[in-house]
Design a protein around this ligand. Sequence first.
Ligand code: ATP
Ligand code: MG
Length: 336
Amino acid sequence: MSQTIAVIRGDGIGPEIMDATLEVLDRMKLGFDYDFVEAGLGAYEACGELLPAKTLEAISRHRVALKSPLTTPVGEGFSSINVELRKHFDLYANVRPAISFPNTKSRYSGIDIITVRENTEGAYIGLGQQLSEDGEVASLTQQITRHGSERIVRYAFEMARKQGRKKVTVVHKANILKSTSGLFLRTARLVAADFPDIECNEMIVDNTCMQLVMRPEQFDVIVTTNLFGDIVSDLCAGLVGGLGLAPGANIGKDAAIFEAVHGSAPDIAGQGIANPCALLLGAAQMLGHLGKEEDARRLRRAIVSTMEARDRLTPDLGGTGNTRSFGEAISERVNG
Ligand code: ATP
Ligand code: MG
């Protein structure tokens, strides 16, 4: 049976990078079918809804979506379509790889770190958010559950095993946040015991940030709670040269959405010069998720060798190519 993927072409540079990405995937002859659905500004203009029921239905039917950046118009119902998608499908794992590519302006080479961030609890879900009437005191409830901790840590270990990775670092602040981070850490230790083939270590979040900057090669997979994961994954993106090469996956039990971490970049939209790599790397994550690890590697290798050769790169990478030509250069390399 062939796999159908829900495709959201998105706003701003979204359609341009999606076209380039699908062209590369087509060249790989993976046998996918695409179900094109809308969300964001495009959907709002077409049918007056930011997140049409048809789109949600397509994602839940196909279980896998590839999504370009979306623009959420200010003051139209909800604050972010991405957050809404995450909530709707309970996409609890935010998986963000940071890989070094040749010829980028980064401080390190040889980095290959995946941050697995818990996406549904902790400080970021607005629980108990309050401001006193005089505006002097603000508070918020941080809630961590054993269930939430268990499933994110298990996801990280299973992913590590599937991808042949060697080590998972559990990042926490249990020395200070004794109840919340403490529960996360204790749960993580129990889960780690089920994976004797994978090395597990623990690191306090502040030390993690310093270690990442000083000796990033010691990290393989990082698993952590929502707020720490947000910060640490951006730090990792910075280690390898910024958001232009940063993909992300949002994974739940019943659906998974793959995307570029960057936004819709309205400043360069329509010019055909956006770098398609982040979305292509999101597509590589999708291939791994679908059990096509070898195809995922093939796609990443094609991107690496295109960058090594400086072949038709987009201006953000210092090249004189454009979205289409960069995509073509990668396409020419995906089959060996
Ligand atoms: P949004 O409101 O959708 O987040 P944004 O303007 O914040 O849009 P970002 O994607 O966050 O856009 O981009 C920040 C900067 O990085 C912009 O100057 C943008 O042009 C640049 N940028 C982002 N993505 C790419 C890309 N794929 N290729 C080239 N430049 C990019
Ligand atoms: Mg932005």
